[in-house]
Structure formats: structure tokens, C-alpha cells
Design a protein around this ligand. Structure first.
Ligand code: ZN
Length: 249
């Protein structure tokens, strides 16, 4: 399946938490959405691998995800090297998305930073037929010309980023909360379906304040473009404007 938009997530829940608004809007516009989770979240402070997998499946049903794969790399051990780049190149050749969403290259979590740093190389290498030539849809064979995505967007981290663009997600923001809330083991009270296990340590995500922070972060970016809620993204290089609709909607 060719995807219009592919979100690369270090852990199951990052796609929904960071890009849920854009992904919901893409689905409402009839676009094909794929998600690649790099790990199973086995280093997570709360919840088990099996629970995270079930939560991801519930989020997929809510979002209407067209395809989702898990690379099963080692949580907490991702580095920008071939062990990460090759499976990501494979995923890009498999789904051939126009737009790729990846974590910002500066992030407190080393897995997020590693994926963010690998992304630019991966977006280039997937169009180099002699790099991992057997991966993807026969990229080096006739009829399958090398492919590269049109655009790589870097999504926000918990500290906030100097946004190059902000997507207005006001119309789907409550749905985004519900989508993130599918990860009941991870988030605090107020998120739909959230459950509290007293046996597991409290994290920032599972704190009572999380929903307040989550609203405030999105309201902050919304403020920057004069809407209720926004999702922030960065890019390297100029934003290609091929249709005036972006400037003159
Ligand atoms: Zn993560």
C-alpha cells in the first residue's frame, strides 16, 4: 500500500500524542495514513508490551489507520546507525509516503533524538538503489524507480520547538485527546479510558496535571496562528509551495 503520510514513532503512543491532530485531519480528508513504531515500548515505566500493543490497536480503530508496523527494535537503545536506518529505509520504500513525520532531532528521550537525527539520511538513502537493494518493493529493479518523500516534517517534543509551521487542529483536538487516551496505561486522569495503577511509578504523562499541560501546549501553538489548538512541526530546508492553496486558501 502506498501511503500519503507516514508517521515514524520511536514508541507506540508517540504518533497519536505528537501528530494525532494532523493524522486525524488527513484521514478526514480521505488520505492514507501509515504508522511505523520502532520499538514495542518495553522500557516504558508503566504498562506491558502486550498492553501497549492492545492500546495501539484501539487507537488504530479510532483513527482508521491504513497500515501499522512495528520494527521491534530495542527500546532505549536506538542510535543513528544502520541498525535503525535500514529498517526505516525499508519502511519508506514499502509505503512510499509523500510526507514523513519524525521526532524533532533535539529531544530529551534518546530514542526520539536518534530517530530525528537518522531521518534526513533515511529520506535520502531510500532513493539510493544500491543501499540495502533488496529492501522495499524491489526499488532497484526496473519499473520501481528510486523513491524519495516530498517532505520530512519534525514533530514537537515535550519542551516545545521553534515551529516552522503550525497545523490548525482545533476541529479535531478533542478527538486527539481521545486518541491519546487509548493508551490508558500511559496517561493521567481526565484522559479517556485512563486507568491508575498504584503499583506502578507515577510519571509526568500519568500525572494529574498532564491533561492541563497537553491542552496548554496545543493552545500555545494555536495562539501563534490565531486558532484554538495547533500542532507544531519543523523542517530542514524551505517549505515547497506547489499550490497556492497554502497561501491563499
Ligand atoms: Zn516516545
Amino acid at each position: 500500500m502506498n501511503a500519503d503520510i507516514l508517521c515514524i514513532a520511536p514508541h507506540p503512543d508517540d504518533a497519536e500524542l505528537c501528530c494525532g491532530g494532523l493524522l486525524l485531519k488527513a484521514k478526514r480528508a480521505g488520505k492514507r495514513v501509515a504508522i511505523v513504531d520502532c520499538t514495542r515500548g518495553e522500557m516504558g515505566t508503566r504498562g506491558s508490551v502486550a498492553e501497549r500493543a492492545k492500546e495501539a490497536a484501539a487507537a488504530d480503530r479510532m483513527l482508521g489507520t491504513d497500515a501499522r508496523v512495528n520494527l521491534k527494535l530495542r527500546d532505549g537503545h536506538l542510535q543513528d546507525n544502520d541498525a535503525l536506518r535500514e529498517p526505516l529505509v525499508h519502511a519508506l520504500r514499502r509505503f512510499r509516503p509523500k510526507v514523513v513525520l519524525v521526532p524533532h532531532w533535539e529531544d530529551q528521550h534518546p530514542d526520539h533524538a536518534a530517530v530525528g537525527r537518522a531521518a534526513e539520511a533515511v529520506a535520502w538513502l531510500c532513493g539510493a538503489p544500491k543501499y540495502a537493494p533488496k529492501s522495499g518493493q524491489g526499488v532497484a529493479s526496473s519499473g520501481h524507480l528510486p523513491y524519495r518523500p516530498d517532505l520530512v516534517l519534525y514533530y514537537q517534543n515535550r519542551y516545545g520547538i521553534e515551529a516552522d509551521l503550525v497545523v490548525d487542529i482545533s476541529s479535531v483536538f478533542e478527538m486527539k485527546i481521545a486518541l491519546a487516551g487509548c493508551y490508558a496505561t500511559q496517561f493521567g486522569p481526565g484522559m479517556q479510558g485512563a486507568k491508575r495503577s498504584k503499583k506502578e511509578p507515577l510519571t509526568k504523562l500519568s500525572s494529574e496535571k498532564f491533561l492541563t499541560w497537553f491542552r496548554a501546549l496545543h493552545a500555545y501553538y494555536g495562539f501563534k496562528i490565531g486558532v484554538d489548538y495547533g500542532e507544531a512541526y519543523c523542517l530542514k530546508g524551505p517549505l515547497p509551495v506547489k499550490q497556492l492553496g497554502i497561501l491563499l486558501p
